[in-house]
Design a protein around this ligand. Structure first.
Ligand SMILES: *Cc1c(COP(=O)(O)O)cnc(C)c1O
Ligand SMILES: [Zn+2]
Length: 431
């Protein structure tokens, strides 16, 4: 059986090469569904281990190492890959102690080519655009999707188009979209409105939409779970903790973990904890009401990458939390920035949204949801250089609703040895 697109609500199926983002019958979200019986015969630990350290494209990519599970129908030379993935999984005993858990790993997706996990999805999405003969690809974005789309479109010889908010795009992300040559359109509206616009204009002009409503992006993002678990020598941790904005990543993680389990590549499914910012918490609110329904909201948080009030992948994220017996938690901007200072301060660094993972882990330990003996993987979603203003303003204690707890203040010194020595707290001694 070939791979197909399948509606998550009514199970209606479409050929994998349809240009379609939702079910024509019921409007439901689509999944790319692969032939699990065939996969059981080919997708083995041995196959994926044998590709570790290979020089061969596309298999040296941390996405396409798992090609059979991502896009088995794609020819190797159709794949647009930088390559991405192969990010570090940091084993951090000091942080484990701080958070109160037995074992804490941070999977740093900021180490991807454009500095966020979006590259793992984009290689899947742009590859599909190319296969479909598309010449233009577009997205609305809080920043990282634009940066990634701009890079992968240019790399694959396509025209990238990005719609962005006029406010609150982090500087690093904006500069990337411009640098990589995408058509950048600034629109005076929030992310949710821009997403609506990009879907409408793309339909009208025959442009391929690469927001995370695109199921081929989620296929690429599944590889974060595949790679993490391979790095743990195929032993599943107790928890996977991930920030939630548009909820593409949490949705992809749920699907990926379920597939690993179905194929016998892991013997139990870790629980997913989705962490939202208090000011952008529609999934959290729904969770506290037993997932009765999504209530869109006006989003506000310093963590701009998760500043989303009407997450398009809500139904898939609910499914992921339920499949994995997971939880949803919220954290304040204060907690996010304090956790960021800690991740930064151990020499690793991340952008604000990423630090929601660590803030969430600590909160879930304190509430007794994560037990002290359990093993936890937190996902850092973006690079520390993505949002330099947030870092600098925090340490200068210039953020509006956040207080710097232990800031690294820039010191001034006159251009003399004495002044410098005084600042550094040492007497100048003669030799
Ligand atoms: C996109 C993004 C998120 C949110 O991921 P979703 O899949 O939209 O939930 C979190 N952090 C960073 C750095 C991102 O770029
Ligand atoms: Zn349907």
């Amino acid at each position: 059986m070939p791979s197909i697109l399948q509606c998550m609500n009514c199970a209606r199926q479409y050929p994998v090469d349809s240009v379609i983002y939702e079910c024509e019958a019921c409007g439901g979200l689509l999944d790319v569904q692969h032939d699990m019986d065939w996969l059981r015969t080919v997708a083995t630990r041995e196959l994926f281990d044998s590709r570790m350290g290979t020089w061969q494209m596309p298999y040296k990519s941390g996405v396409w190492r798992y090609k059979e599970l991502i896009a088995p129908y794609a020819a190797d030379d159709e794949i647009i890959s930088r390559p991405e993935g192969n990010t570090n999984l940091y084993d951090l005993p000091r942080l484990a102690k701080w958070a109160g858990v037995g074992r804490l790993y941070l999977k740093h997706e900021g180490e991807n080519p454009t500095g966020s996990f979006k590259d793992r999805g984009m290689t899947g999405g742009v590859t599909q655009a190319k296969r479909l003969g598309m010449t233009r690809v577009a997205c609305a974005s809080t920043g990282n999707t634009s940066a990634s789309l701009a890079s992968y479109a240019a790399f694959g010889g396509l025209q990238g188009i990005v719609l962005m908010q006029n406010k609150q795009i982090a500087f690093g992300k904006l500069s990337q979209s411009i640098a990589y040559g995408a058509i950048c359109v600034r629109i005076d509206a929030d992310f949710d409105k821009n997403l609506e616009l990009v879907r409408e204009v793309s339909k009208k002009l025959g442009i391929y939409v690469l927001n995370s409503v695109n199921p081929f992006r989620l296929e690429g993002q599944k590889s974060i779970m595949f790679e993490t678990i391979q790095q743990l020598r195929w032993q599943a941790p107790d928890w996977i903790v991930v920030p939630g904005g548009n909820l593409g990543n949490s949705s992809a993680f749920g699907k990926g973990l379920k597939e690993l389990y179905t194929l016998g590549l892991i013997d139990r499914i870790p629980s997913i904890a989705v962490i939202q910012a208090e000011g952008a918490n529609p999934l959290y609110n729904a969770y506290t009401r037993g997932f009765d329904r999504l209530e869109p909201m006006h989003a506000d948080t310093l963590a701009t990458a998760i500043k989303i009030g009407n997450p398009v992948n809500y139904p898939k994220a609910v499914r992921a939390v339920q499949w994995t017996e997971g939880v949803v938690e919220q954290v304040s901007d204060q907690e996010i920035m304090e956790s960021k200072a800690i991740v930064d301060g151990i020499g690793i660094g991340c952008e604000p949204a990423s630090a929601a993972s660590l803030a969430g882990i600590r909160k879930l330990v304190n509430s007794g949801t994560i037990k002290p003996h359990e093993s936890v993987v937190g996902v850092l979603t973006g690079h520390v250089l993505k949002d330099p203003d947030a870092t600098i303003d925090y340490h200068a204690d210039r953020l509006e609703h956040v207080r710097a707890v232990c800031p690294n203040v820039i010191r001034d010194a006159a251009p003399t040895l004495e002044a410098l020595a005084e600042v550094l707290g040492a007497r100048v001694t003669e030799r």
